[in-house]
Design a protein around this ligand. Structure first.
Ligand SMILES: [Zn+2]
Length: 533
C-alpha cells in the first residue's frame, strides 16, 4: 500500500478483561491492581481493566485501576446500551487517560440469531453508542463483534459510520478465532481501501486462538496496517485464549524484516516477571514449551545444540534470553544484606513498594528466608513480594506448625494460630490421610471455614534442595473459587500458608457481606416504623 500508517504499534492489554473471563482465572481487587501496576511497568499503552456493568466488583476494579496507574490509558468495556456506557464512563472518569470501548455484533449470524436486528438498526445503534460515549470521553473505541465473519462491504459501512461519529480507534475482532492470516490481511487491506475516513482512526485487531492462529492473524493485520494489537499476558482469555502479548511483541522485535520494522513501547526484559505474576494470580499455568515465556523456551537439551550455544549463542537461539528477562539465576542477596540494599534491589527489579511495605518484608519474610537459605535469588524475591501482595488482609496468622509422620502411621498436624483482630491464640491438632490433609483439617476446625480443595500444586522457586517451595491451590467455598499461594523453605508450611490465606480471604468477604446486610437492615427499620406509625 502506498501510505501505510506510522510503524509504531500500540499495545492494548486485555488480561484484566478478556483474560479474566477465562474459566478459573478470576482475580480479586488486590491482584488486579498488582497486574495493572506490572502492565504499566511493562510499557503497555492501553489497559482494558474490565467490563464495569457486569458486577460491582468489576466496576470497583476499573475505578481503582483508573486511580492507580498514570501513564497508560485505562479502558472500560460497554455494550451499545446507554446504562452500560454510563457505567463505564463513571468507572474510568478518574483515569488520567480514560477510554470507553463499546462493542456491537455485526456478523449475519449474530444479527439474526443473537440480536434479531437488521443492518440499518445495527448501524444506528453503533453510531448512537459512539456519540454517547464521546460525550463522556474523547477517546472512544468501537468493536464490531465477530468482524471476521461480517460481510466485508457491511463492515466497511459500519467502520466509516463510527469514525464519523467520533471513534478514535476501531477494533476488528476475530471474536470466534475463525480467521486465517491471509484472509485477515486481505480484510484489513480492504478496509484501508474502501473506508474513505479510515486515516482519522487507529485500526486495532483482537484475535482468538481457537485454531492456534491468533498471533499469526494479529501479525498479518499489522502487515496490512493495523496499529493497535489487543493481546493478553500468556495468551489467556475466552476459550482457547487471545493472542499472547509476549509472542506478538517478540515477533515484531526479532523480525523487523518480516513486519515492516513495526515497533512497540514494551520493556521486554520485564516479560518474564509479568508472565509469572499473571500465572500466579490467575492459577493458569504456562506450558513448559510456551513460546517466549515457557520454562523450556531457552533450554537446550540436545548435546549438539547446547554445544553450539556455548560456542556462539545465535547458532540455536534467535532471541537473547536476557531480552525477555530470563537471566540465569543470579545470587543477589543474603543474610548480611541490609535494608537499604534490599530496597534498592526491589526498585531495580521494578517493584514499587511503600517504605512500610519494604520494612515489613525485610524484617519479616526476607530475614526469615535468609536465615534458612544462604543464597537468595531474584526468583525468591519475586515469590516473596508476590505472596505478600496476594495475601490480602489477615484474620488468622500462622504462629507454629508441627507435623509428625511415620511410615504406616497416621500423620498428625499441630497448629497454633493467632487471631489478629482479637489477639486470641488457638492450638489444635488433627490427623489425616497425609500430612497436608492433616494440616488442612486442623485449619478448618480452628477457623470454622470448610473449603473444598479443587487444585493443589507444589513447585520449587529456584533450583537445589535448599530452594523455597511454593504451594499453589484453588479452593471452592459455596459458589466462589479462590486461588492462593504460600511460600516457604518447608513445603508443608507453604501449603498451610496458602490454605490459611484462602480462609482469610473468605472471611474478609463474609464479614463485608454481613456488614452490608446489617447496614441494609438498619436502613429499612425506620421506614417500617413510619408505615406502622
Ligand atoms: Zn475477546
Amino acid at each position: 500500500m502506498a501510505d501505510k500508517p506510522s510503524r509504531r504499534v500500540y499495545v492494548f492489554d486485555t488480561t484484566l478483561r478478556d483474560g479474566e473471563q477465562s474459566p478459573g482465572a478470576s482475580m480479586n481487587l488486590t491482584e488486579k491492581l498488582e497486574v495493572a501496576r506490572a502492565l504499566e511497568r511493562l510499557g503497555v499503552d492501553i489497559i482494558e481493566a474490565g467490563f464495569p456493568i457486569t458486577s460491582p466488583d468489576d466496576f470497583e476494579a476499573v475505578r481503582a485501576i483508573s486511580r492507580e496507574v498514570r501513564r497508560p490509558t485505562v479502558c472500560g468495556l460497554a455494550r451499545c446500551v446507554p446504562k452500560d456506557i454510563d457505567r463505564a464512563a463513571e468507572a474510568v472518569r478518574d483515569a488520567r487517560h480514560p477510554r470507553i470501548h463499546v462493542f456491537l455484533a455485526t456478523s449475519k449470524i449474530h444479527r439474526e440469531f443473537k440480536l434479531h436486528k437488521a443492518r440499518q438498526e445495527i448501524l444506528r445503534l453503533a453510531v448512537e453508542a459512539v456519540e454517547r460515549a464521546k460525550a463522556a470521553a474523547d477517546d472512544v473505541e468501537f468493536s464490531p463483534e465477530d468482524a471476521a465473519r461480517t460481510e466485508p462491504e457491511f463492515l466497511s459501512r459500519v467502520v466509516e459510520a463510527v469514525i464519523d461519529a467520533g471513534a478514535t480507534t476501531v477494533n476488528i475482532p476475530d471474536t470466534v478465532g475463525w480467521a486465517s492470516p491471509d484472509g485477515f490481511r486481505w480484510l484489513i487491506e480492504h478496509l484501508f481501501e474502501s473506508v474513505p475516513n479510515i486515516r482519522k482512526t487507529v485500526i486495532a485487531i483482537h484475535c482468538h486462538d481457537d485454531l492456534g492462529m491468533a498471533v499469526a492473524n494479529t501479525l498479518a493485520a499489522v502487515q496490512a496496517g493495523a496499529r493497535q494489537v489487543e493481546v493478553t499476558i500468556n495468551g489467556i482469555g475466552e476459550r482457547a485464549g487471545n493472542a499472547a502479548l509476549e509472542e506478538v511483541v517478540m515477533a515484531l522485535n526479532t523480525r523487523p524484516d518480516a513486519f515492516g520494522g513495526c515497533w512497540t513501547n514494551i520493556r521486554t526484559p520485564l516479560l518474564h516477571t509479568t508472565s509469572r505474576l499473571v500465572e500466579r494470580v490467575t492459577g493458569m499455568v504456562v506450558a513448559r514449551n510456551k513460546a517466549v515465556v515457557g520454562e523450556n523456551a531457552f533450554a537446550h537439551e540436545s548435546g549438539v545444540h547446547a554445544d553450539g550455544v556455548l560456542k556462539e549463542r545465535t547458532t540455536y537461539e534467535i532471541m537473547d534470553p536476557k531480552s525477555v528477562g530470563l537471566a540465569r539465576s543470579r545470587l543477589v542477596l543474603g543474610k548480611h544484606s541490609g535494608r537499604h540494599q534490599f530496597k534498592q534491589h526491589l526498585k531495580e527489579m521494578g517493584f514499587r513498594l511503600s517504605d512500610a511495605q519494604v520494612t515489613r518484608l525485610f524484617f519479616g519474610p526476607f530475614k526469615e528466608l535468609a536465615d534458612r537459605k544462604k543464597e537468595v535469588f531474584d526468583e525468591d524475591i519475586v515469590a516473596l513480594v508476590e505472596s505478600e501482595a496476594s495475601a490480602g488482609p489477615e484474620t488468622w496468622r500462622l504462629c507454629r506448625l508441627t507435623v509428625a509422620t511415620a511410615t504406616g502411621g497416621m500423620p498428625t498436624a499441630t497448629v497454633e494460630l493467632e487471631n489478629l483482630a482479637t489477639g486470641e491464640c488457638r492450638r489444635d491438632a488433627a490427623s489425616g490421610d497425609g500430612p497436608v490433609d492433616a494440616i488442612f483439617k486442623a485449619l478448618e476446625r480452628m477457623t470454622g471455614v470448610a473449603l473444598t480443595l479443587t487444585e493443589y500444586h507444589i513447585r520449587a522457586v529456584t533450583q537445589g534442595t535448599e530452594a523455597q517451595g511454593e504451594a499453589r491451590l484453588e479452593v471452592r467455598y459455596r459458589d466462589r473459587t479462590v486461588s492462593t499461594r504460600g511460600v516457604s523453605t518447608d513445603v508443608l508450611e507453604a501449603s498451610a500458608r496458602a490454605y490459611l490465606s484462602a480462609i482469610n480471604r473468605i472471611l474478609v468477604r463474609r464479614n463485608a457481606v454481613s456488614a452490608a446486610r446489617q447496614k441494609k437492615r438498619r436502613r429499612r427499620q425506620p421506614q417500617r416504623g413510619k408505615v406502622t406509625g
